[in-house]
Design a protein around this ligand. Structure first.
Ligand code: G3I
Length: 331
């Protein structure tokens, strides 16, 4: 593992007009200078990790808190980066007043459409892409039994995309989910949902593939071309929106672990670079110092391209090599 060197991934990505990104935390941008400097040097796109989630933006009914989101958008503008807004409609990270409130269907429709109009409207022209709906499909391929689905029905997805389009007609609107590259009922359900949306002219522009990969599941990556191929026949763009590669290693990863991890990062980015209309590769965090992984998978860690001391790992070098390589012909 080597110390940081210039020029960083973003310079290489800019030369290819490719978006390389990470999610960011507003408090860390403010309090950890090494974190902020690394984001500045390495990425040309940032996603709001938690700052625009419903519970953060609307902790009390009728009261917004945009301080973290404003800080991230300001940071991006000061550093000439694009922002991905994550996330408008999700079953998770909802405020208590919404998750446990006594609401009617029409009341919830009003909450949903007002929220999107206000949040997207506030950043109109400043947030380039939105994860409008996240993880609407359950593991059986049917609609997930979220509060949105249970109270509004599947129309909530249409309402969300229409509200987002009308609040900012220039933003690219994403349906975002995990496991899109799998060949199972969940992936099939996602495809059917998106096909139905496109058929009915609901304004969905693109599909976001989360790609939180366990290092032992590298086979998943091989299915990417087929999954993206059929989505593109629907006229959709796509992006990898939440890439990380975690491993089950208690102490320090060995060189072999790091090489296997690097190979997966490389494979995903190479696929992005080779695929027309696959517009970005966004990492879900970039340093093991600040990682969501151990909180959610207690036995797993080391998922990022920098270690806990901000030293580059072989995964970083793999991404840099791919970005520095010759451009594939576009089509
Ligand atoms: O902000 C509070 C803080 O005030 C409190 O002291 C602390 C105590 O636990 O919690 C803090 O909130 C946490 C928040 O992250 C910020 O750190 C939440 O508990 C925690 O649940 C939340 O986790 C986030 C998770 O989504 C929520 O489901 C992760 O940071 C975030 O990386 C993760 O991101 C998701 C994407 O949105 C959707 N796709 C999957 C991805 C990974 O799970």
């Amino acid at each position: 593992m080597r110390e940081d060197v210039q020029p960083g991934l973003r310079v290489l990505a800019d030369r290819k007009r490719f978006r390389i990104g990470t999610c960011v935390s507003a408090p860390l941008l403010q309090w950890d200078p090494q974190y902020a400097n690394t984001v500045r040097r390495e990425f040309n796109v940032i996603t709001t990790e938690n700052a625009l989630k419903f519970a953060v933006v609307a902790p009390k009914r009728g009261q917004y808190n945009f301080s973290d989101a404003d800080a991230i958008v300001d940071f991006a503008e000061a550093n000439r980066m694009e922002v991905r807004g994550h996330v408008l409609v999700w079953h998770s990270q909802l405020p208590q007043w919404l998750a446990n409130g006594a609401l009617t269907r029409s009341g919830l429709v009003e909450i949903l459409t007002t929220h999107i109009a206000d949040v997207v409207g506030r950043y109109s022209g400043r947030i380039a892409a939105w994860d409008v709906v996240n993880e609407a499909v359950g593991s059986d391929g049917a609609f997930r039994e979220s509060i949105w689905y249970k109270m509004i029905g599947k129309e909530y997805v249409d309402l969300a995309f229409r509200a987002a389009r009308s609040a900012d007609p220039t933003a690219r609107l994403y349906y975002n989910d995990y496991g899109i590259e799998a060949s199972d009922e969940h992936a099939e359900g996602i495809y059917e949902l998106i096909r139905d949306l496109k058929q009915r002219d609901i304004p969905v522009d693109a599909v976001g593939l989360q790609m939180h990969v366990d290092m032992n599941e590298s086979k998943r990556i091989e299915r990417l071309p087929a999954a993206i191929g059929r989505l593109r026949t629907l006229g959709l763009e796509a992006a990898v929106t939440e890439l990380d590669v975690r491993m089950n290693v208690q102490e320090h990863p060995t060189a072999e672990h790091l090489a296997r991890q690097a190979a997966i990062y490389r494979q995903v980015l190479r696929f992005c670079l080779q695929t027309p209309r696959l517009e970005a590769c966004v990492l879900w965090g970039f340093t093991d110092r600040h990682s969501w992984v151990p909180h959610f998978f207690p036995d797993q860690n080391h998922a990022a391209i920098f270690d806990e001391n901000y030293c580059r790992k072989p995964a970083y070098d793999a991404l840099a090599e791919e970005l520095a390589g010759p451009s594939p012909s576009s089509g």
